[in-house]
Design a protein around this ligand. Structure first.
Ligand SMILES: Cc1ncc(COP(=O)(O)O)c(C=O)c1O
Length: 434
């Protein structure tokens, strides 16, 4: 079997006439003739246009927390959209969703909703700048906070271009980002406690916000070192800087209260999307009442689709299930079994692999001993990782093609799916070792 079938290949050619690269997001392009095109998905499984079935570990890059086409969520969405999809007026359901988010997420007293993670972080940055009256944002290399110009710096450029770790050069991740934006961004390696303290000592009073993912969900799920998130909390408090925790990937996935609950960390603002709606377009940002209360008082925030009914109903049904059933605990148990099983396979084959992240969202870097930042991760053996991914896909198991992207689990992954995945990896790890 090859990586993709003839129908994917011909749909790619057709799509490329009308869509740049033949896709609607650069991340979905794997290359010429090797980019899969999807037909449908149900539960933990996905079928491509050639009718091939995969155990899906991409989960749409994280949103699918319950399972694809999850009946209870879809039924609520259908019920609600049949009563009108959009009103430019506030309804009770979105108030209930806001109440659920504030009840579940310890540091969140008030929220505003949005449709994507990009919007959520963009709005949070606006609010942080407005609250502090400052312009500069500090972000960490390898973190991704969406497509807006404010933080699309030092995300996935070759790390050699980042300069010395003591005085990093922020590198824009795209042409088209105004050079003048450079003035407003400071980048640092993740987990560099000493560097962070040094920068905060020199510039803390000019920094509006420090934004970080709790673990590097867009770069091999690199874990925060013990004390690093706490240090960010302490230093930002000291300098009157807003601490924004980007929970777009971790929120409603690693614990009911996300990374705030898991790491017992209390940011000023947090951002959510993805698992909040099990695939429907919904996002939120929120935090301390004192900060959020400035919205509407000289601070702009809004959007035509921010309370779109499909997204709001998707969030309502998803949160209700997560709140009332041990869903995330179940995912955690199955994810742990998968992580442990994979670890054992690499150990049995004497291949060094560093596992990181959470059972519901994990990664591994091959051929390195320790990874604490993107600069370390870049030294891992991505060729072997990719060779394994391609062999796994040929056998019906689909992690993402990009080693930076974690494996995502959902409630619908069964023990049988995990067994099948482990059997496939046991075979293919032996093959690549030869
Ligand atoms: C941590 C994080 N923040 C923000 C975003 C942007 O979210 P969206 O793709 O919904 O705009 C992403 C997307 O992957 C993300 O992982």
């Amino acid at each position: 079997m090859s990586l993709v079938g003839p129908k994917s290949q011909s749909l790619q050619k057709r799509a490329q006439n009308v869509l740049p690269l033949g896709v609607n997001s650069n991340f979905r392009y794997w290359g010429e003739g090797i980019t899969p095109y999807v037909d449908k998905a149900k539960g933990a499984h996905l079928w491509d246009v050639d009718g091939r079935r995969f155990i899906d570990y991409r989960m749409a890059f994280g949103p699918i927390i319950l399972g694809h086409a999850f009946d209870e969520v879809d039924a609520k969405v259908i019920e609600e959209i049949q009563r009108g999809a959009l009103f430019a007026m506030t309804g009770e359901l979105e108030v209930e969703v806001a109440e659920m988010i504030t009840a579940m997420c310890p540091a969140v007293e008030m929220v505003r909703m949005a449709c994507s993670g990009t919007e959520a972080t963009m709005h949070a940055i606006r609010v942080a700048r407005a609250y502090t009256g400052r312009d500069i944002i500090l972000k960490f290399e390898g973190n991704y906070h969406g497509f807006h110009d404010h933080t699309l710096w030092s995300t996935y450029a070759p790390t050699e271009s980042y300069g010395n770790a003591r005085s990093p050069i922020p590198v824009p991740a795209s042409s088209g980002i105004p050079k003048s934006m450079r003035e407003f961004i400071i980048t640092l390696p993740f987990n560099d406690a000493e560097g962070f303290q040094r920068v905060m000592r020199s510039y803390g009073d000019q920094i509006a916000a420090v934004i970080t993912e709790p673990c590097q969900g867009n770069c091999g799920a690199i874990d925060p070192q013990p004390g690093f998130l706490e240090l960010i909390r302490e230093e930002t408090k000291k300098h009157g800087t807003v601490f924004i925790l980007d929970e777009v990937k971790t929120g409603f996935r690693i614990a009911n209260g996300g990374a705030q609950e898991y790491h017992r960390i209390s940011p000023d603002l947090a951002t959510y999307a993805k698992a909040l709606g099990n695939g429907y377009p919904v996002a939120a940002f929120g935090g301390a009442r004192e900060i959020m209360s400035i919205i509407g008082h000289g601070v702009s925030q809004g959007g035509t689709y921010t309370n779109n009914k499909a997204g709001v109903a998707g969030a309502y049904a998803t949160l209700k299930l997560i709140q009332t059933q041990p869903i995330l605990k179940t995912i955690e148990q199955r994810g742990k079994r998968l992580m442990d099983g994979l670890k054992e396979i690499f150990e049995d084959n004497d291949i060094p692999a560093v596992f990181s992240g959470y059972p519901a969202m994990f990664s591994f870097a091959i051929g390195v001993e320790a990874v604490t930042c993107q600069r370390d991760w870049a030294k891992s053996d991505q060729d072997i990782y990719l060779a394994l991914v391609e062999k796994a896909i040929e056998r019906g198991v689909m992690p993402d093609h990009d080693a930076r992207e974690p494996w995502f689990l959902c409630y619908s992954h069964s023990d049988a799916d995990i067994d099948e995945t482990l059997n496939v990896y046991a075979e293919i790890v032996k093959e690549v070792k030869k």
